[in-house]
Design a protein around this ligand. Structure first.
Ligand SMILES: Cc1cc2nc3c(=O)[nH]c(=O)nc-3n(C[C@H](O)[C@H](O)[C@H](O)COP(=O)(O)OP(=O)(O)OC[C@H]3O[C@@H](n4cnc5c(N)ncnc54)[C@H](O)[C@@H]3O)c2cc1C
Length: 430
């Protein structure tokens, strides 16, 4: 019987190396550098490039890729365990070559790019010589694809894009963007849009402004305008009308990795909370002796462990079925739970640090804000909960009678019929 919660010793020793390396070499970067996607920052490159080289030498670079692209073919459970460690450090994903949105964009290019597109964009992207942007959301809405208006129209050998995009993360540093645009407004919703490769310096593409979310120091999300932006017809990714099919490719495994990185962040907050409550005294005793404090510690640990098991089981299901569609419910469930787990653990950590916890000298306010980021980016929580419920309800049949199939009088009647013969000699019992 296969039912195992242990990591095999070989892989565990690799994880142990990653854990030490991230703590000693990668975590300190976040205290002296700006945004990891700022690929042109010479200070970043002086410090980050040598670490990326070490990761390559250890065979751990861009592990999410299949072996045909230089990855290890690790499967989702191993990737999940690796990402849990990377989540503790802001530079973790960039040093290990699996940072969003480049990792998802690389998967799209690997699946749908032509040989020329792969040479021009995929190879430097995989080497982190360039970074990229994924532009789907528009100012009038992100959760409902029915409201997208940015148009691409075919003119001879070109596609011409017009419209706006919103929350295009890292657009300011990107060499190219993967843009979703409406190519046939009259088609059914899910075949209305197509995916395009747009160089960042394409004439007519303008960043109206960059902004950050509340606790981010650098503005790194772009509000974009496309004004007659012409790209060659060969910049269409996949087939016309296939944008939603292609979008699914970049989301499946990525959501599991994201969830595990979130666990890494929440675990770090729990560690800080534990250190603080055994260090701080009030009213003559340690905070950790107070039961309401203990409740917060216990709740945080239980919620984290529950969530971690669900994420790892989801990763295991993906490895087992090798088909994201069969694991849709589970993937949506972790996506829906992730913001709450981070929010609750980070808020308790903030609160137990008192006034210090709320300052910019501690990471908690940013972690709480991050939890809202997670509840929005890649689809709001509500949308994922709807998916869970719809998928779950498919497993049920409506009852055929007036009363539910589990109505107690009916159950008893059926049970009596089943056991009547065995019980009839005991008249009183029936
Ligand atoms: C930090 C961050 C980074 C991002 N990066 C990118 C990026 O790189 N590229 C990109 O294209 N987009 C990006 N986004 C945008 C993200 O995909 C959208 O924020 C998300 O899809 C929600 O769209 P919206 O913000 O327009 O909210 P809306 O669609 O206006 O939704 C607002 C709220 O309405 C509710 N709601 C919406 N739909 C439903 C529903 N069906 N049922 C019940 N309630 C609902 C939810 O509470 C939701 O939060 C990013 C967002 C954030 C916060």
């Amino acid at each position: 019987m296969a039912w195992d919660f242990e990591t095999d010793p070989d892989f565990q020793s690799r994880l142990d190396w990653v854990d030490r390396f991230v703590k000693e070499e990668v975590e300190p970067l976040q205290y002296v550098l700006g945004h990891p996607a700022d690929i042109h920052d010479p200070r970043r490159n002086v410090l980050v490039r040598p670490l990326q080289k070490i990761v390559r030498e250890h065979g751990l670079w861009a592990c999410h890729l299949g072996p045909e692209l230089g990855g290890q073919g690790y499967g989702q459970v191993r990737l999940a365990l690796l990402n849990e460690i990377l989540g503790r450090a802001r530079y973790g994903p960039s040093v290990f070559g699996c940072q969003a949105p480049d990792s998802g964009n690389a998967e799209i290019l690997a699946h749908f790019g032509t040989p020329e597109q792969k040479k021009k964009y995929l190879e430097p992207l995989l080497a982190n010589e360039i970074v990229s942007c994924y532009a789907m959301t528009e100012p009038q809405g992100g959760a409902d694809p029915g409201v997208f208006k940015c148009r691409a129209t075919r003119q001879g050998d070109y596609w011409v894009l017009n419209g706006q995009k919103w929350f295009a993360s890292h657009a300011r540093w990107a060499e190219f963007l993967i843009v979703m645009a409406v190519t046939d407004p009259d088609a059914p919703l899910l075949s209305r849009m197509s995916m395009f490769l747009v160089p960042r310096d394409a004439p007519g593409l303008r960043i109206i402004r960059d902004y950050g979310f509340a606790t981010e120091e650098s503005p790194n999300h772009g509000y974009l305008e496309f004004d007659d932006v012409r790209v060659p017809a060969s910049n269409l990714l996949g087939r016309e009308g296939d944008a939603f099919v292609i979008a699914q490719v970049r989301l499946g495994g990525g959501r599991v990795h994201h969830a595990m990185r979130t666990i890494g962040e929440a675990r770090a907050a729990l560690d800080m909370m534990c250190e603080r409550v055994i260090s701080r005294e009030t009213k003559g005793e340690r905070l950790s002796n107070k039961q309401m404090v203990q409740e917060r510690i216990a709740d945080s640990w239980c919620e984290l462990e529950q969530f971690r098991l669900l994420v790892l089981r989801t990763a295991w299901l993906i490895d087992k079925h090798k088909d994201y569609k069969k694991v849709r419910k589970d993937i949506s469930a972790i996506k829906a739970l992730m913001p709450k787990v981070l929010h609750d653990v980070a808020s308790r950590a903030l609160h137990l640090h008192g006034s210090l916890g709320i300052t910019t000298e501690m990471p908690f306010a940013h972690l709480v804000m991050q939890s809202f980021h997670m509840g929005l980016a890649d689809g709001p929580v509500e949308v994922h909960k709807v998916t869970v419920a719809k998928q779950l309800l498919r497993e049920y049949q409506p009852s055929t009678g007036m009363f539910p199939s589990y109505h107690l009088p009916d159950l008893r009647e059926r049970a009596l019929a089943k056991f009547r013969a065995a019980l009839e000699h005991l008249d009183d019992a029936v």
